[in-house]
Every structure is written in C-alpha cells, then in structure tokens.
Design a protein around this ligand. Structure first.
Ligand SMILES: C[S@@+](CC[C@H](N)C(=O)[O-])C[C@H]1O[C@@H](n2cnc3c(N)ncnc32)[C@H](O)[C@@H]1O
Length: 219
C-alpha cells in the first residue's frame, strides 16, 4: 500500500510491538505496518460508524484480519492491555489531549505515543510530557500545502522543555531541516503581510512582532 508523505513519516517512527491506531479511518497506516511486519498485531480504532465500516472493509480486502482488529470505540477508553504503541494522527491537538487525558490508566503499558495533530502542537508537547513521556523524535513534512509535525513520545523521566522547545519542538529546532526553515520563513512573510494592514489593533501588532522575534531567534 502506497502511503502519503505524512503517513510514511509516521510509519518510519513506529517501533516493533503491538500498536493501536486511534482514529484509523481508511486504515492505510495500520494495514501497512502489519503487512510489512513492522508490528506484530494492530488495533484499528474508530468512534464513528461510517469510517468504522470503511475500515472493516479495508482490513478484509487487504487480507489482514488475522493481525488487525477493528474496534468501534471512543479514543483509548477500551484500549487492550497488550498495546504498547499508540498512534493518533490527523486530528486536532486538543482532541488528542482529551483522548489521552480521559483515560490515563489505559496508558499503563504504552511505551510509545506517536502524534500528528493539525493544531495546538505546543500544548500537546507540554501535556504529553506532563503525563510521563519524553520527546524521542520529531519530524516535519510538507504535503498538499500543509506543514505536518509528527512527534514521537516515549515513556521516561520527566523532560524539561523551555518555551522555544514547547513552541518549535526540541528536536525540530535543533535539526533545523529545510522544511522547518521553510515553514517559519513563510510564517514571517505571512506576518509581514498582516502588519501591512494599518487597521489592526495595537495589541495584535505587538503579538505578531513578538512571534516574529521568537521565530527569528530559532531560525
Ligand atoms: C482525519 S481522520 C485521520 C485518519 C488517519 N488517522 C490519518 O491520519 O490519515 C480522523 C479520524 O479520527 C476519528 N476520530 C475522531 N475522534 C475520535 C475518537 N475520540 N476516537 C476514535 N476515533 C476518533 C474520526 O472519526 C476520523 O475518522
């Protein structure tokens, strides 16, 4: 199964083990992981009937029913105890935080959490680290006009993150890949365009200028 650039970047961070793909939808990621022997077993979790039925069909059509178990349930509320990897991709950051915080006990055996959220990424870094995880890897990819940040958390001692780590990612800001630089150079251009509008309130001007300063400091 051919994966998109974003799904491939997530795939590349998945260690060996038993994975749950929460919000699996089309199931492409978890099916590929199992087909290629990257995981020994997978749970594909969906909380909506439409995507769940699509998911079941994809599992059957790809002949992976012996290794991928579809589940119609909310987040990690019914996470089986043999899961040691949780993947949550393609959702808003606050939804991801909510899913994890609603059932912290279910994460007892989970050593790896891989997240690709649309937004609220700084909040996500802060919250997941507070839950007893550290950031082990980060990647940024550009696809169809969107920059996606993928974060791999592993269980471990509390990790100190300063403000730039939280905002830009400790690994991303250290590596400064071309995609990372492009993302923030394009954000500076966007800010400059916004600042050309003389009617925006002074508080907003101040906020945008501060954001520009923070970006310049990491680039
Ligand atoms: C945009 S799709 C992302 C699909 C896939 N993970 C990806 O990254 O390409 C998000 C999916 O998450 C599901 N979802 C949202 N909240 C959920 C929850 N609390 N529990 C399980 N699934 C959820 C939605 O039904 C939807 O199918």
């Amino acid at each position: 199964m051919k994966l998109s650039k974003r799904l491939q970047a997530i795939y590349d961070m998945v260690p060996c083990g038993v994975a749950a793909d929460v919000g699996s939808d089309h199931g492409k990621l978890i099916i590929s992981l199992f087909e290629n022997g990257q995981i020994s077993k997978g749970y594909a979790i969906e909380n909506k009937v439409g995507p769940f039925n699509r998911l079941k069909k994809a599992i059957e059509e790809n002949n992976v029913s012996e290794g991928i178990i579809p589940m119609l349930s909310d987040g990690i509320s019914e996470l089986p105890s043999d899961v040691d990897i949780v993947i949550i991709a393609g959702m808003g950051g606050f939804n991801v935080i909510d899913i994890l915080k609603k059932n912290p006990g279910k994460l007892k055996n989970v050593r790896t959490i891989i997240v690709d959220a649309h937004n609220a990424i700084p909040e996500l870094r802060k919250q997941v680290c507070k839950m007893g995880y550290v950031i082990a890897d980060e990647d940024i990819v550009y696809e169809s006009g969107v920059y996606y940040e993928i974060i791999k958390f592993i269980s471990g001692e509390a990790m100190y993150l300063d403000d730039p780590d939280i905002e830009f990612g400790p690994i991303l800001r250290n590596e400064k890949s071309c995609t990372f630089k492009e993302k923030y150079q394009s954000r500076i251009k966007e800010i400059d365009k916004l600042l050309m509008n003389k009617n925006i309130p002074e508080t907003k001007v101040k906020k945008l200028n501060l954001e520009k300063e923070r970006i310049r400091a990491v680039l």
